[in-house]
Design a protein. Sequence first.
Length: 570
Amino acid sequence: MTSQQKTQTGPQPAAQVVDPGLMPQPQPHRTDVAARRVMIIGLDGATYDILDPMVDAGRMPNFARLRAHGASGTLYSTKPPITPAAWTTFMTGKNPGRHGIIDFERYDPRTGKLSFNSTYEIREPTIWKILSDKGLKVGSINVPMTFPPKPVNGFLITGFETPSTKADFTYPKELKDEILRRWPDYSYRSEWRRKSFGGDKLFARNLDHVSSSFKQGYELAVHCGERYGWDVMMVMYKLVDNLQHKAWKYLDPATAMRYPKRAEMAADCFRVLDEVIGMLVDLAVANDATVFVMSDHGHGSLDGKVQPNLLLRQAGFLKLTGGGAQTRTRTSRILGRLRGKTGHRFTANHQVTTDLAVDWSQTRACVMHAGIYGYVYINLKGRQTDGIVEPGDYAAVRDEIRELFLAARCRWPNGEETPAFPEVHTTEELYGRERHADDDWFPDLLLVPAPGLSVVRKIRGNSLVRWVPLRRKEGTHRPEGIFLVNGPSVRAGHRQNSQIADVTPTILAALGLPVPDDMDGSVITEVFSPPLTPVYETPVEHHYDRTEQHVYSPQEEAALTQRLADLGYL
């Protein structure tokens, strides 16, 4: 965008409906404003490894122009590089050790159960609250980790973890009915439908759903933007990630040539995405807004699934009852996924039992959940109900397990041998903070697998890595995401790499607002001309209420579990 393209104002908003408990402040006086308004386009899992070839093939001219005339670079994700951790880091400007979200699931050592994270577990204020408190109007569309919706000065439509349209998925609450009247086929669905004999027709149906979701995001932006007005609005496209998970071999230039028909079909989704990006940029220009484009992480080929619990079992740290889950037949595994012990559809809590039959009386450590990376919990006496590791032995046991994983090697199908886990972190060192009394959900070790590998909790067979054949090749996450800024005050052609925690402080500084001085992210000053000169402030004390909230019913947990399992997260 150039200054010649700007217009005076966007559509005039209708009367704002504000929750009585939300008391936004008057619009602040803003000086040194580099961005009068901001439009954020979120492309979940987007990677230059796919976007650049699409641009070179002429499929994404809008994205190409946006990048050529803007500032861009690699945006490095969180550890782990997974949707809930990364998008929450973006929203708070703080690392997972501060905001409290490291995965879709959360393990409670006190009960031995898993539950799904929600907005109640986010410990730090988000960009939506910060801007609302400053009197700016915000709009958030389909951003993960926003369910259940919290009050904002504007509007919010929740994202990936929304269980169904029966739930209250909007703020204000009445926006839900408005959406369902305006879009009777409104869909939160993110699953990739699979059948044994679906063929190209089913593949095309899945792609049509992806493309429709792209168009729906734009339509929501126009409708809600006109209805409520906005100073900062974000539209998030989650299904970019799902598409790459399920169609990676058709998108990756290294393998796409083997599947020309499906490669063309999958690539067409990026043509539709580019059209939507172009329309959102036009909307931003009409509202005098600077455009930020970002992903939460990158993407790459899923070459194998690494099984850390197998290594723990072989080394004597983990004991399974009976034959253990690894000896089950294919049929019993399928039934185990569909039914818990009570015969109902499985939930996150059932998943622990069906994946691993753990004998806690003889287990010192276990990977209780995995989200690209692995989360190791020591069975500590006084913390877990059946804990057996004495507190005085904790440090030694953790060090021993860490060395076990650092020494683990895997031989790739091409004969190359590499570390299976190049990095093994204690969460204290990784996130730069000491553990506190209420951090019992925090894993004791975080396992970073080799690029191309993804950690799984299950044990299947006796090989540390279960290699994925080409015919079943899918995608998995990489830390390297994308970042792009375009607007009248942006340095065209500037290239700079950044961290995902840097985006929110940069947006605040660009808007002429003070940046809370406790954020982990830094202002990316050089993408603007003249460079930003941020002002910092001591944030208002934020009280995190750890009161446990019941968010999901058993049926909703089952739906979310199935959704995550379908993408390979469980």
